[in-house]
Design a protein around this ligand. Sequence first.
Ligand code: SF4
Ligand code: SF4
Length: 375
Amino acid sequence: MTGDDLVLRAARQLEICNACRYCEGYCAVFPALERRSTYAAGDVHYIANLCHDCRDCYYACPFAPPHEYGINLPQVLSEVRAQTYRHYARPRGLARLGGWHGVNVARAALLGIIVFASLAVIVSGPQAVTSPHPGPGAFYDVVPWLLMLVPALLGTAYVLLGWVASGYAFWRDSGAAGGAIGPAELGGVVADVLSLRFLRGGGQGCTYPDDRPSMARWSLHSLVFYGFGLCFASTCAASFQQDVLGQLPPYPILSAPVLLGTVGGVAMVAGAAGLILQKRGSDRRAASSWMTDADYAFIGLLGAASLTGLLTLAVRDTSLLGVMLVVHLGVLAALYVMAPYSKFIHFVYRVLALVRNRGEQALEAASRAARGVQL
Ligand code: SF4
Ligand code: SF4
């Protein structure tokens, strides 16, 4: 099926939903589709990225398959989101890396491990990888500081530039309905994102992985999301201790970098494992196979990055430090390289769709106020 065919198929379902409106209280998708009477590609891409795949509408819909209308919004919007990821991926040429597929992600991680192991052996010598390294600077005895810093800085710049370029292309195409975006709208989006509001549904969670509402998906997403934030805080704290206080790692168990990294890493491993288990038991009738593969690849890579980080911490006083460190750095390198081409990018489009949605809500409220309409 071509991209145009997919947009037309999604637009047809959105038109039926716009006529039916039974699900309009379920999520932000329905008010957004009701603000439109036609659905161009940019509208469909935007609406698809407002959907968080809770499946409420699928289980409520009397027109779901095997009905002849075949309404299946979670599936078709998931397919459109997949198209969004491919269509707006920047730099375009590297999109052929295919980071959304598990096999390619595993290859990237293996390549990263080989590169860091080779660098460690060439620069520090084979014994540096297999010997214990007591005392400050242990990690840098295996992989010198500059060989960690320079790839990390280059990787961060590459990821941020790719995300900004992809996000800009998506934003430009999705703006047909307009809507001013000011501090109030941006504040609302921050609250939506930090509370993972839409994964809570109306307070009883998603009908996922089966037709019973549950807060489990919200809880697992929260573990991964806030675990990631704690790991980032751990990296910042370690940079402060090293570059400002002049204290080289490894740090004591009760230091800020270790505590933050341990709690964050455990949360990410638990959340990633739970999400994979949920996905394995989820209802495939409402899923897109492409997105399922991309989900496994991304969640697996996040979980592997956290697990190898925790293991590096656990063996840091032993001769296994060198091996675990190059494995961890290799997995992190894969996470960076694949970031613009893996499910990681969903964060960018989701946030932009929420910003767009807040702008449209503000425009609608202003229009109602101008007409003297009471809600
Ligand atoms: S998903 Fe089904 S029930 Fe819900 S608005 Fe669309 S057509 Fe109506
Ligand atoms: S799956 Fe959930 S978020 Fe997506 S359109 Fe249906 S009710 Fe809305």
